[in-house]
Write a protein that binds this ligand. Structure first.
Ligand SMILES: CC(C)(COP(=O)(O)OP(=O)(O)OC[C@H]1O[C@@H](n2cnc3c(N)ncnc32)[C@H](O)[C@@H]1OP(=O)(O)O)[C@@H](O)C(=O)NCCC(=O)NCCS
Length: 166
């Protein structure tokens, strides 16, 4: 269960842990992410308009143990990354050991809460082979809005998913 974890805004110091989780995930392996490249991209993003949301274990916001606690998942967000007017979830990943206990859902919910007043829908891209992530997003109300053929890599299509809100 995710009772031992809490969600917070991440800082520069957290980037290396987030990029490690991303690189160890299926998409990280398939796309040959490197920690250096992902770290640099997140660093540049959060220095400008981006936001890093992290899930931490072994502590909670009240006990202020956050500095010592381990990062077990993250969501990297561009608040106006979709068409320069709507929130875009660039990447979400949870440590493989901690999946299927609600941490991804907590991160997705935080992304939505923190960007609810921007635009009228939340957007993301998901690779066609990533069936687990597609069902995760669908369970959270996201719908397929289109397909970008061989968008990032030849032979891998990216599915545009979005969820409207008031
Ligand atoms: C997609 C991803 C972030 C989901 O994270 P997660 O922490 O496993 O997500 P949750 O635990 O909230 O939900 C996952 C599943 O666990 C189950 N689950 C959720 N809470 C649960 C609980 N308390 N107890 C048991 N099972 C639970 C749900 O049935 C859910 O099923 P679904 O995938 O069909 O929706 C994670 O699989 C991941 O890191 N994948 C690799 C990176 C990736 O592909 N990211 C997406 C890029 S577009």
């Amino acid at each position: 269960m995710a009772d031992d974890c809490f969600i917070a805004i991440g800082s520069e110091d957290d980037i290396i842990d987030c990029s490690r989780i991303a690189c160890n995930s299926e998409i990280g392996i398939k796309y040959e992410f490197t920690q250096e490249a992902i770290s640099k991209a997140i660093l540049v993003s959060i220095a400008q308009s981006g936001m890093l949301i992290v899930a931490r274990e072994n502590g909670n916001a009240e006990t202020k143990k956050s500095d010592a606690s381990r990062i077990i998942g993250f969501a990297w967000v561009e608040p106006k990354g979709a068409f320069a007017q709507a929130p875009y979830l660039k990447l979400i990943a949870v440590d493989e050991q901690r999946r299927s206990s609600g941490i991804g859902s907590m991160l997705l919910q935080e992304f939505e809460e923190r960007t609810r007043n921007i635009g009228r829908a939340w957007f993301l891209l998901v690779s066609d082979f990533n069936e687990k992530a597609i069902s995760f997003y669908e369970r959270h109300g996201y719908e397929k809005a289109g397909v970008l053929l061989s968008f990032a890599r030849d032979g891998i299509d990216e599915i545009i998913m979005y969820k409207r809100h008031e």
